[in-house]
Design a binder for this molecule. Sequence first.
Ligand code: SF4
Length: 470
Amino acid sequence: MHTAPIGFKARADEALADATLKLAITRTAGNAERKRTAAVADFAPFGAARERGKRIKDHVIANLDHYLAEFERHATAAGSVVHWAATADEAARIVVELCRQAGAKRVTRVKSMLGEEIGLPHALDAAGIERVETDLAEHIVQLGGDRPSHIVWPSMHRTREQVSAMFKRAHRVPHGEETVEAMVDSARRELRGKFLSADVAISGANFLIADTGATCTVTNEGNAELTTTPPRVHIVTAGIEKLVPTQAHAFAMLRLLVRSATGADVTQYTTFHCGPKRTGDLDGPEECHIVLVDNGRTRMLRDAALREMLRCIRCGACMNHCVVFRQLGGHAYGGTYPGPMGAVLTPVFDGLPASRDLAHACTLNGKCREVCPVDIPLPTLLRGWRDRSWREGLEPPAMRVGLGVYAWAAQRPALWRLGTAVAVRAMRWFGRDGWIRRMPGLGAWTAHRDFPAPAPRTFMAMLRDGETPR
Ligand code: SF4
């Protein structure tokens, strides 16, 4: 939905040159990594819980039609209206239309990456409906006029010094002291009245419970509860892969989600919404709508090479541990979802021609899979996109010719030995102290880092002479 007009490499160069961005990423991602490591170490059954989580999601994905029908039946019985959206545009249209029908002038929104995926902030703005982001980080994103750069910490790209300056410019009663607590108070003062005067509340869902028709939302700020309770209408948007069979399964997944996302044992607020206000309830919405969004998910379901990605519970651990994300931050990825999971998902939403660089940016070090709480083989999925990119002829001509020559020469041992001998000699000539800092043909590599000069003897020569390679 949101691919920026310039390419990945240009965005990456911009991000690499931004020292403030680097500071902001290091503070938050470093903290997240440390907290997750400690939380997992403190929770002995994490390995077994991970296996179970993977089995739950695989079971739901294999029986998605059954659980979707069950969810719709129970949600309808609870008084919700279920809407189906095949595409992002259709989902955004349904939400805007529901807001119009409710006569909404102001809507409050709880952070939801699905909302970003379907372009909801833009659709609401374009419809002239005032949108109030109630999550503190999303409030910062809205004030900055930019997009989330992380799926759990949307304003990760901002330092607290930048946030302080933004709040002072935008809030009616800004903070006096330069403390995080004072800034939070400032946001609270600014947002509190808007919570209470909104006509419609829009939230996402971390899980959809098939056997009750409830939706489950987790937050640490309590903004989901404040957002969804006062307005007359509550709209939930959720991807169809968010289903779990029962509430007990949702709790099993929550144990993985929270530890992997924030390193806490439990989130501050876990809320289950099940239909509108009933007779005798003191508060709650009079109408509840649930918009179930496909937007490429059934295509992923049919595709054996991508199906495992539907297990994703959007915890963000893969990006917190990714060496590329830690250098660039989220905006450089160009799509809604950044990091390793974003590099897999963006080609699904934006098409491979517009996003083929993402799979190539990966070092394939495997850390993302290691920390993924549902064991998604992200490096394998990224290699799959590289393979498709090659088969669809999307790689640049120079790479195709180079690899063609390589494959041709590699099948001719005499020619290969001659070629490598010449190349190794040339590379040694350019090497200084074991490193090549500049060499014709290696410019794209040496522009950012040195290249190791070849060892004095090749592996094949050592093998031939009976030497043990070190
Ligand atoms: S791919 Fe795994 S680690 Fe990454 S966000 Fe999804 S569940 Fe979390």
